[in-house]
Design a binder for this molecule. Structure first.
Ligand SMILES: [Zn+2]
Length: 296
């Protein structure tokens, strides 16, 4: 499943191709993905220009110059492919070869800009992804976005803001961090990594890194820094070959070489001066990896 760094990498790959382009046609090859497409989707998008492609948690937001925003989520297996070339029937002109499983190409944005014609193809074999639409002024009321918590890479993410979200929470710290209403877009891998980096146990009470008066405790500042650092490094690793847009294919996998705890059961803890080993335990139905020696 694409996690936030992958979605951000996809955004960075797509933005230069989509921004400033006019939608000349929107091809929908089925009535739905995980949910039905919004009413009048193609009609409302065609002839509008994409003004920006941003991200909120794991949602990609394409703002149009007609006051509408297209909301896109990659689900479990969604990916975008960028094609250029004038005609569908001239394969030689494709910038990249067509995917062998073109039967999973469900949506194509046909775009036109000063640099020619482009196609942004959405492919999703399992169809857990979806697309929705909102008026730009009512974005915060959208059913997918309304309850989203802090964006871990956004300006609003700070020790004070996180402390406010975690104050009074009796749940384990890791479970609270996975709650999309607290932080939007943080998944199992990066939460495990951030907790290790911040030397915090996944099992301690969420509220334990908040002081009694609601201000951040010391661990809270460390955690915010660790979350930014872990995500930032993953994006940097994923973005290294952005120049040819290949990262927009979504097939990124995880940046295993960067991981310190996730999937590393019984491996010696990599923290200098710690002689612990990484352990694995099921927590809320998902694997938690941590070092009991140095994460408190
Ligand atoms: Zn350790």
């Amino acid at each position: 499943m694409p996690e936030l760094p992958e979605v951000e990498t996809v955004r960075r790959g797509l933005a230069p191709v989509m921004e400033g382009k006019k939608v000349t046609r929107l091809e929908l090859r089925r009535p739905d993905l995980r949910y039905p497409f919004p009413e009048g989707f193609a009609r409302r998008v065609v002839s509008a220009k994409v003004t920006s492609l941003s991200r909120r948690g794991k949602y990609l937001l394409a703002a149009l110059d007609n006051e509408l925003v297209v909301i896109m989520h990659l689900g479990m297996s969604g990916s975008f492919r960028i094609e250029s070339g004038a005609l569908d029937n001239s394969p030689g002109s494709f910038r990249f070869p067509r995917s062998p499983d073109a039967r999973h190409d469900h949506v194509t944005f046909h775009l036109r800009g000063e640099d020619g014609e482009w196609r942004i193809v959405y492919n999703d074999p399992r169809r857990f992804g979806f697309m929705d639409m909102s008026e730009s002024g009512r974005l915060s009321e959208n059913r997918h976005l309304a309850r989203l918590g802090l964006d871990p890479l956004g300006n609003e993410m700070s020790a004070a803001a996180l402390a406010e979200c975690l104050a009074g929470k009796e749940s384990p710290l890791k479970s609270a961090l996975l709650d999309q209403r607290v932080i939007a877009g943080l998944g199992n891998i990066y939460v495990s990594e951030a907790l290790w980096q911040a030397r915090l146990s996944p099992f301690r009470k969420a509220a334990s890194i908040v002081r009694g008066n609601g201000t951040p405790g010391t661990g809270c500042g460390r955690l915010v820094e660790a979350i930014r650092n872990v995500l930032g490094r993953a994006i940097a690793a994923g973005g290294s070959s952005l120049r040819d847009h290949r990262r927009a294919d979504g097939e990124l996998g995880y940046f295993q070489h960067e991981l310190n705890v996730y999937g590393r059961t019984a491996v010696p803890c990599g923290r200098g001066g710690c002689d612990g080993r990484i352990q694995r335990r099921l927590q809320g139905g998902r694997s938690t990896f941590w070092c009991a020696r140095c994460q408190r």
